[in-house]
Design a protein around this ligand. Structure first.
Ligand code: PGA
Length: 249
């Protein structure tokens, strides 16, 4: 694990964007695993800016998003389809046919999950996975659980996640109770993972996930076992880390 501590959210986002851009330069047909939420928003904006000003070329890249709510149409402003279009896909030149997000409106959710894993497999696995972390330690929508869920699956969202995500909705009752999420094995199969966290509200969970015991009750703790994990934090999110040898920029 490599931990990079940046001075603030902007520097953290630039560092993440540099890694994505580097991956794309080395392998233009890279497969990216993408996250939603507040954390990667600026990373996407920076990358979109580099497409617009420097011609960073996404035309051969493929993407798979981590998750989507069940029961939200892709045109719904709170859906992750909508978020990704608004924050990234509408601003870059990735082919629409290369973009994959779980369909939370699928009539057969089990078949949707199974098909999603097959599509990732057929794409040759994820080269670079971007992750945020929930306050409860979730990655994607892999909620704290007695065991790790391996593959893409339907999740019953925990109360803490519903509460945390209600900030994106008009009120908490509008937050869907179910979602589709890539599983832990699918995430861990990525060749490289970047975990992003910023803000002091993430400091406790970041320290537990990176320095505590590996435990499915803190799903992100499994990332300690990944052979190529880059953690990029701002100073606030890093404030409870006991790691002395983290890289400071
Ligand atoms: P956030 O969400 O980026 O909005 O904090 C992270 C997550 O829930 O995975």
């Amino acid at each position: 694990m490599r931990i990079i501590i940046e001075k603030d959210y902007e520097a953290m986002s630039k560092q993440a964007a540099n890694i994505v851009a580097g991956q794309l330069s080395l392998k233009p047909d890279s497969v990216f695993g993408l996250a939603t939420g507040s954390t990667p928003q600026l990373t996407y904006r920076i990358l979109a800016g580099r497409y617009q000003t420097d011609g960073l070329d996404f035309s051969r890249a493929t993407s798979f998003n981590l998750d989507e709510y069940v029961g939200l149409d892709e045109a719904a402003p709170d859906s992750y389809h909508y978020y990704m279009a608004a924050n990234f896909f509408n601003l870059i030149n990735m082919e629409r046919s290369h973009i994959h997000i779980p369909n939370g409106m699928a009539p057969d959710l089990a078949a949707e999950c199974c098909g999603y894993d097959q599509a990732i497999h057929q794409a040759g696995a994820i080269d670079l996975q971007i992750l945020g972390i929930g306050n409860n330690g979730h990655i994607g929508f892999n909620e704290p659980n007695p065991s790790f869920e391996a593959t893409t699956h339907v999740v019953h969202l925990g109360q803490e996640t519903i509460q945390a995500n209600s900030r994106f909705f008009s009120n908490v009752t509008k937050v869907p109770r179910y979602a589709i999420s890539m599983g832990i094995k699918t995430i861990m199969n990525a060749r490289r993972i970047i975990l992003l966290a910023n803000g002091s509200s993430k400091a406790t969970i970041v320290a537990k996930a990176l320095c505590g015991a590996i435990n499915p009750e803190i799903p992100a703790s499994i990332l300690q076992l990944h052979p190529d994990l880059i953690v990029i934090l701002d100073q606030e999110a890093a404030e409870q880390l006991a790691v002395q040898d983290a890289l400071m920029f």
